[in-house]
Design a protein around this ligand. Structure first.
Ligand SMILES: NC(=O)c1ccc[n+]([C@@H]2O[C@H](COP(=O)([O-])OP(=O)(O)OC[C@H]3O[C@@H](n4cnc5c(N)ncnc54)[C@H](OP(=O)(O)O)[C@@H]3O)[C@@H](O)[C@H]2O)c1
Length: 280
């Protein structure tokens, strides 16, 4: 099988590429700055959602495509519809979405994207992944820099909980989503086995690093000010604040059994992530 992974160099994308290649899938690893090949099964390709001239060369002979990374795009459903139309060989589309999107109104951009993938006439799988555990050590702008330099976890979330998921599990779910026939036509909510407050996250990272790590809570407007930088697009700051707004509703606290249903394995725990990412 030959598959195009979009956003292939990011936190979850590069793990998807590695897991798919290890499973024997021929991977076309697409991003704007693709870099060098990491395995004989991986072909880095230039792919830009906003440069259609890159699409056909990136797709090549792909029979599957992993769609993600259009979070700030209100017309993502149109972009993805055009990509699918431009990819006649693609039989299965795997969309990376988020928990609770199925409850949004049909015209809300993220739900409209799910509906486009579902109704486009190709086989489909939707993976609704919760917040990635790796955001804490790999997302410099939101968490990692302040955690490392000041021992501060900035999150305007109060005591709201999130069932964080490990990107390694999202990658394994993507392998199953692309290669298992029985997964076709289904949506899976991907979470870890536990639901944690951001205070508990701070404590866990503090224990692993032997440093004091404190959760810095705030109101949403205060957090918007904290995130603001002259070189940071307002749309990005608003997007991050919106993600925290959703966390505060509690909708991302639920733990799902879908990962085990899809892969046959239990999801990784937050303790396991902290041990691998923060213990030095
Ligand atoms: N982070 C979370 O907690 C979370 C949870 C659930 C779902 N998701 C979904 O997963 C996606 C990936 O998250 P991530 O944290 O792995 O992202 P990330 O680490 O920020 O990586 C983004 C990837 O997208 C590529 N990219 C950026 N702009 C692009 C463009 N215009 N065209 C093509 N590729 C582009 C980047 O490479 P280049 O710069 O080389 O193009 C990179 O490979 C998100 O966009 C979101 O939809 C994230």
């Amino acid at each position: 099988m030959n598959v195009l992974v979009t956003g292939a160099t990011g936190k979850v994308g590069r793990r998807m590429v590695a897991r798919l290649a290890a499973a024997g899938v021929e991977v076309r690893a697409g991003s704007r700055h693709p870099g060098a090949a990491t395995s004989p099964h991986v072909t880095p390709v230039v792919f830009d959602w906003y440069d259609r001239s890159t699409w056909a060369p990136a797709l090549g002979e792909a029979e599957g495509v992993v769609v993600k990374g259009l979070d700030l795009d209100h017309y993502a459903h149109e972009t993805v519809s055009q990509l699918i139309a431009a990819a006649p060989r693609v039989r299965r589309v795997v969309l990376l979405s988020a928990p609770g999107v199925e409850r949004l109104p049909d015209d809300q951009p993220r739900r409209a994207l799910e509906l486009t993938v579902r109704d486009h006439g190709r086989d489909w799988v939707i993976l609704r992944a919760n917040w990635f555990m790796q955001n804490f050590d790999e997302d410099e702008r939101v968490f990692a820099e302040a955690l490392r330099t000041r021992g501060e976890l900035h999150a305007p979330t109060g005591r709201a909980r999130v069932s964080f998921v490990d990107t390694r599990d999202v990658a394994d779910a993507t392998v199953a989503g692309l290669t298992e026939d029985r997964a076709g036509g289904h949506a899976f909510t991907l979470t870890g086995p536990d639901s944690l407050t951001f205070g508990q996250v701070a404590d866990a990272i503090g224990r692993a690093t032997g440093r004091t790590v404190r959760h810095v809570d705030a109101t949403l407007p205060e957090h918007r000010e904290h995130m603001r930088r002259p070189d940071r697009p307002a749309g990005y700051v608003n997007h991050i604040n919106h993600l925290f707004e959703v966390v505060r509703t509690g909708v991302q606290a639920a733990v799902s059994d879908d990962y085990r249903r899809l892969t046959g394995n239990p999801p990784r725990t937050f303790e396991n992530y902290v041990k691998d990412a923060w213990t030095r």
